[in-house]
Structures are given as structure tokens and as C-alpha cells.
Write a protein that binds this ligand. Structure first.
Ligand code: HEC
Ligand code: HEC
Ligand code: HEC
Ligand code: HEC
Ligand code: HEC
Length: 214
């Protein structure tokens, strides 16, 4: 359990914490524990959202492309979260009185953005870039899983350094034709075809420290 509660950098504190835990009351330890907990929570993190927005319905059943809402994902490092107006393109008429959309209508009338809760969040000392992946044929589902089946977005990958490096060292099973990056049911072809595609694209992810720590 401690693996998940502490970032590895706090390993040095472990002996201190262990000492404290035998020496002082539980609440003191709990306090120190709390102070050093990372903001990122591992695999399986699926916080509740202010509106019960479902990817399973919108991206799955209705088949809306990821880029309709996450429109900056190919062009920039960050994948944008859609502003209220994008939802209103439909919900001004579709289910316009639904109580489940009350927060959306409030945001639309006040101009205050909906306070979506962040799910994936790398530590600040890590540099990540969506565009560099998506334009090289790494699809959303390789890192985010079957979002089209999620009622609530859940983090499926550990987002650890080992996870990044596993793919950077051997990306071939994760490279697909560039026009299929948002396809959710994509599966790799046989090893030979995968290698051909990787060679054709000239894909060679770097494992230099400065790639991700700059
Ligand atoms: C109709 C708009 C819409 C579409 C289409 C859509 N999304 Fe989203 N997405 C959102 C909204 C709104 C959020 C923030 C609320 C949430 O997390 O559910 C979000 C959140 C996410 C997150 C979590 C972001 C975080 O905080 O870490 C991921 C990952 C994601 N979407 C991936 C996808 C993928 C992959 C697709 C295509 C299969 C897709 N989305 C299609 C609107 C959309
Ligand atoms: C392309 C059109 C479209 C867009 C864009 C869209 N929706 Fe929807 N949404 C729908 C449809 C269609 C339904 C299903 C209506 C039904 O069940 O009859 C729906 C249903 C919903 C529901 C369930 C409503 C209920 O009463 O059950 C919620 C909540 C919702 N959408 C939120 C959002 C949010 C938030 C966004 C923006 C991030 C968004 N939608 C963007 C078309 C859209
Ligand atoms: C190589 C892995 C990878 C791929 C491919 C990928 N993502 Fe992400 N995504 C991440 C990571 C890692 C984060 C957290 C970034 C951070 O904390 O800075 C993230 C965060 C997000 C977020 C939250 C906003 C942000 O940029 O931090 C959204 C939305 C999202 N991804 C959508 C998508 C969509 C849509 C696709 C496909 C078009 C996609 N992602 C492809 C790894 C990936
Ligand atoms: C599923 C495979 C995969 C995963 C997982 C992955 N990457 Fe990558 N990454 C790639 C590929 C492929 C490229 C593009 C290589 C190329 O341009 O030849 C890339 C490129 C990058 C680049 C761009 C380098 C540049 O010079 O533009 C950065 C930064 C990066 N990755 C960071 C990360 C981080 C941080 C993580 C983990 C949070 C991660 N990646 C996880 C496959 C992956
Ligand atoms: C492909 C991206 C990538 C590369 C390349 C990379 N790192 Fe990391 N590194 C990460 C990510 C993501 C994290 C944070 C995730 C975590 O806490 O496990 C991280 C965390 C760390 C930490 C924090 C300690 C810890 O484990 O919590 C150190 C120190 C570190 N990296 C050093 C290095 C060094 C040294 C290199 C070069 C040999 C390197 N990294 C190369 C992605 C990368």
C-alpha cells in the first residue's frame, strides 16, 4: 500500500516515518503521511465528475470522434477539455431540460467553466506531449484504454517511468496507421507488418533523460 501513497523520492523518509510510528501517536504519523502523498493516484483512479458525462454514450454509442471535443490533441502537448459551448451544440436542443444537465446550463448562463476533475496528472518534473505521440501513430487507447466503454473516465495505465520506457524501448506493438489514432478497437497486426510500419514511419522514441525531464 505504501507504494501508492508515497512518491519514490520520499523513500528516504521511510525510516523516519517508521521511527515516528513507534514513538509518537498515530495522528502525527498520519499528518506526515498526508503531507507527502502525491497528487497523482495510480491505476484505477476514477474521480466523480460534476456532471455525469458518459464517454460510453457519447464516444461509444453515438460514435463522436475524440477530436470533436479534445480538439488540440494532435496540434499541442495538452489535450483540451471541451468548453461548455461544445456540449451546448447539441444540448441546447437534446435533453435541454434534463436535471442531469443542470450544472451545464448553469455554466452556460453564468459563463463560468464546468469544474471537471482532472484524472491523469503527471508530476510537474515530467514533460509529456500528446502531439508527439498522436502524430506518430500512437493511439489514445494504447495509453487510456477503452474510453468508449467508460461511464466514468478511469486511469488504466500506471503512468510510471517504467511504463513510459517500456514503450519507448520497444514501440512496435503500439504503432498504428496515423489515420486510426482515435479508433478504440485497434489491434496490432502480426510482428512483421508492425515492424514494417515502424520502419516506414522511422519511429524511434528517445530514452534520454532529457526527453522527459527538461
Ligand atoms: C462530447 C465530448 C467528448 C468526446 C467526444 C470525448 N471526450 Fe473525453 N472528455 C470529455 C470531457 C467533458 C472530459 C472531462 C470529464 C471527464 O473526465 O469525464 C473528458 C475527459 C477525458 C479524459 C480524462 C482527462 C483527465 O482529466 O485526465 C480522457 C483520457 C479522455 N477524455 C479521452 C477521450 C477519448 C479517447 C475519446 C474518444 C474515444 C474522448 N475522450 C471523447 C469530453 C469528450
Ligand atoms: C453531438 C451531440 C452531443 C454533444 C456534442 C454532447 N452530447 Fe450529451 N448527449 C447527446 C445525446 C444524443 C444524448 C442522449 C439523449 C437521450 O438519451 O435521449 C446525450 C446525453 C447526455 C447526458 C445524459 C442526459 C440524461 O438526461 O440522461 C448528459 C449528462 C450529457 N449528454 C452531457 C454532455 C456533456 C457534458 C457534453 C459536453 C462535454 C455533451 N453531453 C456533448 C448528444 C450530445
Ligand atoms: C503515449 C500515451 C498517451 C496517448 C497516446 C494519449 N494520451 Fe492522453 N494523456 C496521457 C498522459 C500521460 C496524460 C497526463 C498528462 C499530464 O499530466 O501532463 C494524458 C492526459 C490526457 C487528458 C487530460 C488533459 C491533458 O492533456 O493533460 C486528455 C483529455 C487526454 N489525455 C486525451 C487523450 C486523447 C483524446 C488521446 C488520443 C487522441 C490521447 N489522450 C492519447 C497519455 C497519453
Ligand atoms: C505506447 C507507447 C508509448 C508510451 C506509453 C509513451 N510513449 Fe512517449 N513516445 C512514443 C513514440 C512512438 C514517440 C515518437 C517517437 C518518434 O518521434 O520517433 C514518443 C515520443 C515522446 C516524446 C517526444 C520527444 C520529442 O523529442 O519530441 C516525449 C516527450 C515522450 N514521448 C514522453 C513520454 C512520457 C513522459 C511517457 C509516459 C508518461 C511516454 N512518452 C509514454 C511512444 C510512447
Ligand atoms: C519516456 C519518459 C522518461 C524518460 C526517458 C526518463 N524518465 Fe524519469 N520519470 C518519468 C516519469 C513519467 C516519472 C514519474 C513517474 C513516477 O513517479 O514513477 C519519472 C520519475 C523520475 C524520477 C523521480 C523518482 C521516482 O522514481 O519517483 C527520477 C529521479 C527520474 N525520473 C530520473 C530519470 C533519469 C536519470 C532518466 C535517464 C536515465 C530518466 N528519468 C528518463 C519519465 C521518464
Amino acid at each position: 500500500m505504501t507504494r501508492f501513497l508515497f512518491p519514490k523520492t520520499t523513500n528516504l523518509l521511510r525510516p523516519v516515518l517508521i521511527l515516528l510510528s513507534v514513538a509518537v501517536p498515530v495522528y502525527a504519523v498520519a499528518f506526515v503521511w498526508y503531507c507527502f502523498s502525491p497528487v497523482t493516484i495510480d491505476k484505477g483512479y476514477a474521480p466523480a465528475q460534476p456532471i455525469p458525462y458518459s464517454h460510453a454514450l457519447h464516444a461509444g454509442e453515438l460514435g463522436i470522434d475524440c477530436r470533436y471535443c479534445h480538439s488540440t490533441v494532435e496540434a499541442t502537448g495538452k489535450a483540451s477539455i471541451p468548453p461548455t459551448q461544445v456540449c451546448m451544440n447539441c444540448h441546447q436542443t437534446v435533453r435541454s431540460q434534463s436535471p442531469k444537465l443542470a450544472e451545464l446550463r448553469k455554466s452556460y448562463s453564468t459563463g463560468e467553466p464546468v469544474e471537471w476533475v482532472r484524472v491523469h496528472d503527471l508530476p510537474d518534473y515530467v514533460y509529456f506531449n500528446h502531439s508527439a505521440h498522436v502524430t506518430r501513430g500512437v493511439g489514445c487507447s494504447s495509453c487510456h484504454g477503452r474510453v468508449d466503454k467508460m461511464e466514468t473516465v478511469t486511469q488504466v495505465a500506471p503512468l510510471s517511468m517504467a511504463w513510459c520506457l517500456d514503450c519507448h524501448r520497444n514501440p512496435s506493438q503500439n504503432i498504428r496507421p496515423k489515420d486510426q489514432v482515435t479508433r478504440m478497437d485497434w489491434q496490432p497486426a502480426d510482428a512483421a507488418s508492425q515492424n514494417t510500419l515502424v520502419n516506414h514511419y522511422g519511429t524511434k522514441p528517445s530514452t534520454d533523460c532529457s526527453t522527459c525531464h527538461r
